[in-house]
Each structure stands twice: as structure tokens, then as C-alpha cells.
Design a protein around this ligand. Sequence first.
Ligand SMILES: [Zn+2]
Ligand SMILES: [Zn+2]
Length: 338
Amino acid sequence: MKVLSWNGPKQIDVEERPMPECKKDEVLIRVDVVGICGSEIEGFLGHNSLRVPPLIMGHEFSGYIEEMGDEVQNVLIGSKVVVNPLISCGSCPKCRRGLENLCDNRQIIGVHRPGAFAEYVVVPASSVIEVPKSLDSYTASLSEPLACCLRAVRRALAQHPFSNVLIYGAGAIGVLSGFVADILGARKVVIADINNDRLNTLNNVGFNHTLNPNEESFEEKLSEMAGPEGIDVVIDAAGFLPTRTQAASIVNTGGVIMNIGLGIDETPLPVNVFIRSEITVLGSFCYTKQDFHDAVNLLVDSKIDIKGWTQERELNEGQQAFLDLIGNRVENSKIFLS
Ligand SMILES: [Zn+2]
Ligand SMILES: [Zn+2]
């Protein structure tokens, strides 16, 4: 079978590999569509210590069951499926509390074991969720990033359900967070990014409030959009010094800053402001099984429209897709390979 093998910094090669075999509790999936995740761009550059070359990445995917082990009962050959790539142990203290995303022994498909930048991939049957054949494979492949956003945004909005929300980052996580905030009842969703092409793309898909933080009039325009209610919730899907610093200065007293962008490790922050203004600073990582199921249901119910902000390329063109992403030459927020 054909795979994309990440062989070292900035080097992905198309290679031929033997078909993987499934153990008794695993299934073989014929991959239909796989998305490229922001974390994989870091991986491609060699900035992620968990990803060790040679590695087949790819953890946002959909496909069809081609083969299954003797003990598998939850799916049939030919079923259309998406895969929760986070494998948890089920028995550590975090798993016991329902926080599989924080499992002490967690493994991720495409990080700790071969992923879906390939024609076929083997995964545990317990990681598979069947979806209707009427759900198109591109939309289905958003289950994983949408699950991340769902967890983050619903926690951020828990105390401020109908407030104005500012999102930093017009990548897929920012855009999907925007959709989720809308679905959960946010009043206005403002998306900020320094890439004007991406902001224009978002205007075309119905996000009418977009801003470039590098423009001098940013704060003025933001307060015009937000009105007297201001910004109760900031979702930082970028995670760099300017966004973290600005988030702390513009969020309302009593507001929430939700961090999901892993841009840089450390940032000096005005903790005394958080104390005196009762600002809640949160982080969110991956998703629980429930978050993942809820994300799949939103997609099945057509609550997320992929038109206008995503693009499709051939699996063979993986190397070029990554080079374009690191060169900031992609106006869309998400690239799918198929
Ligand atoms: Zn991802
Ligand atoms: Zn565990």
C-alpha cells in the first residue's frame, strides 16, 4: 500500500509498504479522507518530541472497514467510520473520572502508532464510530478537530452562554470554535488573525466579524463590534505572546480566557489582573469520548458547513501541502488529503 512517511524535518516521502494486519480486537480501514492537523505541521518541522521519524502521521480521518479481527463485534465490513485517535487505558485515575483525554497512558494514532496518511490503517475496534454513508467523507474527517473545539468552547461558555466571543486564529480550530460558539448561543463571534486571505475566506462563509490584530484600529473596531457588553470570552487558538498578552488586556472583568493554541511554551502574564478582575484562565486538551460523540452528531446533523474554508488534495501531494502550510501559502483553513 501507498503511505506518506515522515522521514525527518521537512521530509515526507511517498513509500510502498506491506498491508498492515489486524489483531483480534482491531480493524483495517481503507482511508477515504484524512485532514492535516496544525500539530502535524509542528511535527513535520521536527518540533514535536512525541513524533519520532520514520512515522506515518494522520489522525483526522474517515474511511471504510475492510477487514476485522475475530473478536470484533461493533462494526461490519463495509461500514463507514470515523476514528477517535486518542486511545486511553480505561483504568488510571483520570480515566476513572471520565477524563480519558488526560489518561496517564494515552496513545494517539498517527503519533505513537501508524496513522492515516496511507491507503490503509489498522486501529483498535473500540476507537471506531460508525457514521451514515450519507455523511460525506470530508465533513466526517472533521470529527477529531471539532471534538477538540467542542470541549474547549463549551467549557469556556459555561458561565457566559450568550456573550460576545473573540477567537484568535483563523485556522481550522479557530473556525470550528466559531461554529461551536454560534451553535451554543454566543451573541457575536469575532475571529482575529494576521492572515488577511484567511479572514476574507471566512467572510465568504458567513463569519461577518473578522479583524486583523496587526492593524492599529484593532481594539477600536473590536469594541465597536462588541458594544457595551464587551468581550466575556476569549478563545486563543493561536497561543503566541501577542495573543496571550492582548487577551488578558481586552477580556471583561469576570470573563474567561480559554487557551487551546500551543504556539509557545511560556508567556509572562499579569496574574494580579486576573486576581483583581476575577478573570478565569483555562486550558483544554483533546476530548473525552462524550465530546467526540457529540462532535460526530453535529456533523451528521449538518451543523457544520465545510464549503469555502477547506480544500482537497491528492495523498501523493502531501509533501507539497506541508511545504505550502509552513510557507503560509494556503488561504484555506484546512487541507484534506484523499
Ligand atoms: Zn489534530
Ligand atoms: Zn487511563
